[in-house]
Design a binder for this molecule. Sequence first.
Ligand code: HEC
Ligand code: HEC
Ligand code: HEC
Ligand code: HEC
Ligand code: HEC
Ligand code: HEC
Ligand code: HEC
Ligand code: HEC
Ligand code: HEC
Ligand code: HEC
Length: 473
Amino acid sequence: MQALINTIRSLPHARMWFACLGINLLIGVFYSVALIAPASSVKSAWLPGKTTHGHYQIELDCNACHDPSKSEDSMNASDVMQDACIRCHGDQLKDVDTHPAKKFNDPTNAELLATLDAQNCLSCHAEHVPHQTLSMGLTMPADYCWHCHKEISDSRPSHRGMAFDSCATAGCHNYHDNSALYEKFLDDHFGQPDHLSLATVPQRDTTSGLSGSEISNTLWPMPASKINDADHPKSMQVDTTLLRDWAETSHAAAGVQCSHCHLSDSNGQESVTWSNHVPMETCGQCHERQVDTFIEGKHGMRLAVGLSPMTPAQARLPMNHDAAHRELNCNACHNDHRFDTQFAATDACLQCHADDHSLAHVNSPHGELWRDEVLQKHVSGTGVSCATCHMPRLTDNGGVWVNHDQSANLRPNEKMAREVCLNCHGLEYALSALADEDLVRNGFDAEPSKRIESVQMARKWFLDRATKRRKKP
Ligand code: HEC
Ligand code: HEC
Ligand code: HEC
Ligand code: HEC
Ligand code: HEC
Ligand code: HEC
Ligand code: HEC
Ligand code: HEC
Ligand code: HEC
Ligand code: HEC
C-alpha cells in the first residue's frame, strides 16, 4: 500500500490521482455493502435495468428470484428462476393455462419447442430489460403466436387475412388464461342483452368472511359486546368516539373484544401486554383468506417477501401527495374502529389513487349507481364501487367472501368480465368495453366504441359445423 502511495505521489497531478483512488474505494465499499445487505435499497445499484411493472415493488428482494443458495454460476440460471416464478405464480395459472408446460410433452407438440421454448417462463418473460418489455411483462415480439399456429388461416376460414400480431388482441385470445374466451363459453353467452334486467352482484354473507385459527377454536359469532363491556385496561384513557365506533359495528356485534386485537405481539401471537399496533397476522387469526389473498396481490406483495409495507411514495402510478407515506396494511382501507366496508370500497381507495381512471369513476354511471346504493335509494348489490371490480365477491361452498388480491382479475382484463361484468352485462358488451382503452381510462363513462366479434364468430363456427355434419350422409 505504502509503495502504491509513493508511486502516486511521484506522478504529475498527484492530487487528482489520489482523488480518483478515493472515489474508487468508496464505490467499491458501496457495492460490497449492497451485495451483502439484506433487501437494502443500495442493492438496486446492481440491477442491470429497470424492473417490470409487475415486480419493481419487490425488486430489492433479489433473492425472491435469484437463488443465492445455488453456486455463483447457477444462481441466475433460467431453471433456478423458473422455480421461483412457479412458486409465486403456479397456483394462479394452474387451472386456467391454455399452454401449460405439460402440453408440450406430447411428441407432436414437442417439435414446436424448437421454435420457442414455451416450457420456460423466461423465453417470454425476461427481467430488467425495459427496452423490450411490453405490457404484462412480455419480452417477446407480439407476433410469436403465429410461429406455432401458422396453419390457422387454413383450418379456420374466418381467420384468413388477419394480421400476424393480432391473435392476442383484447377480446380475442390470451396466451395463458382464456377462461372467458374459449369457444364454448363465448357461444353459451351469445345473444345476451347489453344490460341484464337483474343487475346485481352477490350479497356478502357474514360468516363466510371468517376463517383461521381463532375461528376454528371458538364458536363465532359470540354474544354481542356492549360499550361498557370493553375489556381494555381500565387505566387506559379511551376516546369515546373510538368506543362508540367499536360498539356500534360488526366486531362488537359478534363479540370481538379490544383484547382480541390488542393483546398480540408483532407476529400476531397472543401476548399479555397491550399494544396499540395491530399487525396483519392478528386479523389473519379470524380472517385468514383475506390476509392470504391480500399478500398475493400488488398491495401486499412487499409484505409477502418481508419488505416494509408499500406506500404511495414508492408507486409508479399517480397517487395523492398527502397520502405519500401511508402504509398498505389492513387498516389502509379499514381505518378507525368502524371497519366500514362501504367506506373501504371507494372512498378509501381515493385517499391514495389519483390516476385518470380512478378519478373518473366517481362521476361515471357506475359511480352514480354506487352513490345510490350507499344512500339506500337502490338495493344492496346494484352499485358499482372500485371494489366491485377490483375486489370481487367470490362464491365458494355456498358462501360469499371478498377476494383481497386486487391484481387477480386485473390483467389481462377479460378475467374481470367473467367474475364481475357478467353479473350485470352481456359477454359481448363486457368484452367490447374492456377492450376499449379510452373507456377504461375515462372510468367506463360511455358506450363501447367498437364491438368485439368473438362471440359472433364462435356462434357462426358452431352453426357451420352443425350444418356440415347434417350434410354428411
Ligand atoms: C421478480 C424476479 C426478479 C427479481 C426480484 C430480481 N431479478 Fe434479476 N433477473 C430476473 C430474471 C428473470 C433475469 C433473467 C433475464 C434474462 O435471462 O434475460 C434476471 C437477470 C438479472 C441479471 C443479469 C444476469 C445475467 O446472467 O445476465 C442481473 C445482474 C440481475 N438480474 C440482478 C438483480 C438484482 C441485483 C436484483 C435485486 C436488486 C434482482 N436482479 C432482482 C428476475 C429478477
Ligand atoms: C415473490 C413472488 C414472485 C416471484 C418470485 C415472481 N413473481 Fe411475478 N408477480 C408477483 C406479484 C405479487 C405480481 C403482481 C401482482 C400480479 O400481477 O399478480 C407479479 C406480476 C407478474 C406478472 C404480471 C405483470 C403485469 O404487468 O401484469 C408477470 C408476467 C409475472 N409476474 C411473471 C413472473 C415470472 C416469469 C417470474 C419468474 C422470473 C416471476 N413472475 C416471479 C410475484 C412474484
Ligand atoms: C410463449 C410465451 C410465454 C411463456 C413461455 C410464458 N408466458 Fe406468461 N404471459 C405471456 C403473455 C403473452 C402474457 C400476456 C397475457 C396473456 O396473453 O395471457 C403473459 C402473462 C403472464 C402473467 C400475467 C397475466 C396472467 O394471466 O396471470 C403471468 C403471471 C405470467 N404470464 C406468468 C408466467 C409464468 C410463471 C410462466 C412460466 C411457467 C410463463 N408466464 C410463461 C406469454 C408467455
Ligand atoms: C410454442 C408454440 C406455441 C405458441 C408460441 C402459441 N401456441 Fe397456442 N397452442 C400451442 C399448442 C401445442 C396447442 C395445443 C394444440 C392441441 O391441443 O392440439 C395450442 C393451443 C391453442 C389454442 C386452443 C386452446 C384450446 O384448449 O382449445 C388457442 C386458442 C391458442 N393456442 C392460441 C394461442 C395464442 C393466441 C398464442 C399467442 C399469444 C399462442 N397460442 C401461442 C402452441 C403454441
Ligand atoms: C378488530 C380489531 C380491533 C378491535 C376489536 C379493537 N381495535 Fe383498537 N385498533 C385496531 C387497529 C387495526 C388499530 C390501528 C393500529 C395500527 O395503527 O397499527 C387500532 C388502534 C387503537 C388505538 C390507538 C389509537 C388509534 O385510535 O389509532 C387504541 C387506543 C385502540 N385501538 C383502542 C381500542 C379499544 C379500547 C378497543 C375496544 C373497545 C379496541 N381498540 C378494539 C384494531 C382493533
Ligand atoms: C377474534 C376474531 C377477529 C379478529 C382478531 C378480527 N376480526 Fe374482523 N370480524 C370478526 C367477526 C366475528 C366479524 C363479524 C362477522 C362478519 O361480519 O363478517 C368480523 C367482521 C369484520 C369485517 C366486516 C365488517 C362489516 O361490517 O361487514 C371487517 C372488514 C373486519 N372484520 C376486518 C378485520 C380486520 C382488518 C382485523 C384486524 C385489524 C380484524 N377484522 C380482526 C372477527 C375478528
Ligand atoms: C384496498 C382496500 C382494502 C384493504 C387493504 C383490505 N380490505 Fe378488507 N375489504 C375491503 C372492501 C372494499 C371490503 C368490502 C367489499 C364488499 O363489500 O364487497 C372488504 C371486506 C373485508 C371483510 C368482510 C368479509 C369478507 O367477506 O371478506 C373482511 C373480514 C376484511 N375485509 C378483512 C381484511 C383484512 C384482514 C385485511 C388485511 C389483510 C383487509 N381486509 C385489507 C377493502 C380492503
Ligand atoms: C394507502 C394507499 C392505498 C389505498 C388505500 C389503496 N391503494 Fe391501490 N395501490 C396503492 C399503491 C401504492 C399501489 C402500487 C402502485 C404502483 O406500484 O405504482 C396500488 C396498486 C393498486 C392496483 C394495481 C395497479 C397495477 O397497475 O398493478 C389496483 C388495481 C389498486 N391499487 C386498486 C385499489 C382499490 C380498488 C382500492 C380500494 C378498495 C385501493 N387500491 C386502495 C395504494 C393504495
Ligand atoms: C367497472 C369496473 C371498474 C371500476 C368500477 C373501477 N375499475 Fe379500476 N380498472 C378496471 C379495469 C378494466 C382496469 C384496466 C386493467 C388493464 O387492462 O390494464 C382498471 C385499472 C385500474 C388501475 C391500474 C391503472 C393503470 O394505469 O395501470 C387502478 C390503480 C385502478 N383501476 C383503480 C381503481 C379505483 C381506485 C377505482 C375506484 C375509484 C376503480 N379502479 C374503479 C375496472 C374498474
Ligand atoms: C352491479 C352491476 C354492474 C356491474 C358489476 C358492472 N356494471 Fe356496467 N353498468 C351497470 C348499469 C346498471 C349501467 C347503466 C347505468 C346507467 O345507464 O345509468 C352500466 C353501464 C355501463 C357502461 C356504459 C356507460 C354509459 O355511459 O353508457 C359500460 C361501458 C359498462 N357499464 C361497462 C362495464 C364493465 C366493463 C363492467 C365489468 C368490468 C361492468 N360494467 C360492471 C351495471 C353494472
